[in-house]
Design a protein around this ligand. Structure first.
Ligand code: SF4
Ligand code: SF4
Length: 439
């Protein structure tokens, strides 16, 4: 029986568009835009100025804050601007614009680090930070911070997340088929940092070929186990993955480290392996470009800083007018309003869809069918959260553990009354967090 968690939902996955298509390189792009906000944590400050010549892999921004990771150029060329540009979040964010000279001169700082066993855990963590590596699955939490849990947290498990449970997304799937050794090598490095002799890779059963490939490759990597997971949304959410593999429950308001677990994404461990093997910091990632409006959907190796328009052009452009563009998956991704926004470290997918999905302009009252309660993977009561928040009663919402909501969207997706609890919950969570910060 594949491992799983209680709750969740089977949803149509639309992965057939791209799951058989090998990763392709993107064509060259003239201007790259690098926002100084790429991930969770402190914004960065430019360490280059307008007119500077930069090379591939050269650091262009950094910060002294602990929760942050530096940013490196994906091209060689000249810095033409440091000014506000549109960001995938919809905000306007200070960004570095670099005019590509198409020479791809590599920075002298790009030196393979070699055998990880020559380094102490602290030195490996410093290398990971210097390489700008962040979680490439969603929020982009800096990986060196994740690999430095407080001393009172005894870590027993490191899990690589190969669930990729969001519809349409196939970049991790392709990475597992095409570079299994890089993933395993990166996982072994993480195991060394954490002092663990075992590591786990969880993969949903709808990726049977990836389970087979990774299991065969893992033979050569002592202590690595491949765990098949039931195909169910949100199997790839951290807390649900941990429950499925370790049977441990992350406590309310807690973190994976509270139950001795660190979870890393497939592309994140690949990036760790890459810096040891080639010295190249994080300057590109795999992006699935898909949806019924895309002429030639595919999986692309996308350098940082490429405008979404250019990425869609590489996928043949649109065969019909999209009504919705999303960065990420359809359940948790961010709607896009401009194709000028550039690829950042957390751009896992770009979707162009003709169907806007459910609209919430014809809401009927909650009929207390209980569907949202039965399927909530966090065992919350979305109908009561929805009611409390709609009435402005944040105190009651907190009592119902609103902050534990992982924003998976299931409650809004399946509500027959066209209620949208997630929308209300998201806004209320921000208000509560803001209030507690101020106090
Ligand atoms: S799914 Fe919708 S209608 Fe059913 S209990 Fe939840 S909020 Fe109410
Ligand atoms: S969005 Fe939050 S409340 Fe709704 S089902 Fe997901 S975890 Fe539960």
């Amino acid at each position: 029986m594949p491992a799983t968690f209680k709750g969740g939902l089977h949803i149509e996955d639309f992965k057939d568009f791209t799951n058989k298509l090998p990763i392709k390189k993107l064509s060259d792009c003239g201007q790259h835009i690098f926002p100084l906000q790429q991930h969770i944590g402190a914004p960065l400050e430019a360490v280059v100025k307008v007119g500077d010549y930069v090379k591939v892999g050269q650091k262009i921004a950094d910060s002294s804050a602990f929760v942050c990771a530096p940013l490196h150029s994906s091209v060689s060329g000249t810095v033409t601007d440091i000014k506000p540009f549109i960001h995938p979040s919809g905000a306007v964010v200070t960004s570095i614009a670099i005019e590509n000279d198409f020479l791809y001169n590599i920075s002298e700082s790009v030196i393979p680090k070699g055998d990880p066993t020559n380094y102490t855990p602290e030195q490996i963590i410093a290398i990971i930070r210097d390489a700008g590596i962040v979680g490439l699955g969603g929020a982009g939490f800096p990986t060196h911070v994740k690999l430095s849990p407080p001393p009172d947290k005894k870590i027993t498990h490191v899990i690589v997340n190969g669930a990729e449970c969001e519809p349409y997304l196939t970049s991790d799937h392709r990475r597992m088929l095409e570079s299994p050794d890089m993933i395993l090598y990166g996982l072994k490095i993480a195991m060394r940092v954490l002092g663990l002799s075992n590591g786990y890779i969880g993969i949903e059963t709808n990726k049977a070929d990836a389970i087979k490939t990774m299991t065969a490759a893992a033979d050569a990597y002592k202590g690595v186990k491949i765990i098949p997971l039931k195909t169910k949304y949100p199997q790839g959410a951290e807390k649900q993955l941990i429950k499925a593999i370790t049977k441990r429950s992350v406590p309310s308001k807690g973190l994976p480290a509270d139950v001795g677990v660190i979870v890393l994404n497939i592309d994140t461990v690949t990036a760790i392996a890459n810096v040891f093997k080639t010295g190249m910091p994080l300057t590109s990632r795999i992006v699935t470009v898909s949806g019924d409006c895309v002429k030639e959907p595919g999986n692309f190796e996308v350098p940082l800083g490429v405008p979404f328009r250019h990425i869609f052009e590489n996928a043949g452009g649109f065969m019909k007018e999209p009504r919705k563009i999303i960065m990420g998956g359809p359940m948790m991704g961010i709607a896009q309003f401009s194709l000028d926004a550039p690829s950042i470290k957390t751009t896992s997918a770009l979707l162009a869809l003709s169907d806007v999905g459910k609209t919430y302009d014809d809401i009927s009252p909650c009929i207390r069918c209980g569907k949202c309660v039965n399927s909530c993977p966090m065992h919350l009561m979305p109908l009561y959260l929805n009611k409390a928040v709609s009435e402005g009663d944040l105190e009651t919402a907190e009592k119902y553990n609103i902050l534990d909501c992982i924003e998976c969207g299931i409650c809004s997706y399946l509500c027959p009354g066209r209620q949208n609890p997630l929308q209300h919950i998201r806004v209320a969570k921000q208000q509560i967090i803001e209030k507690s910060r101020k106090s």
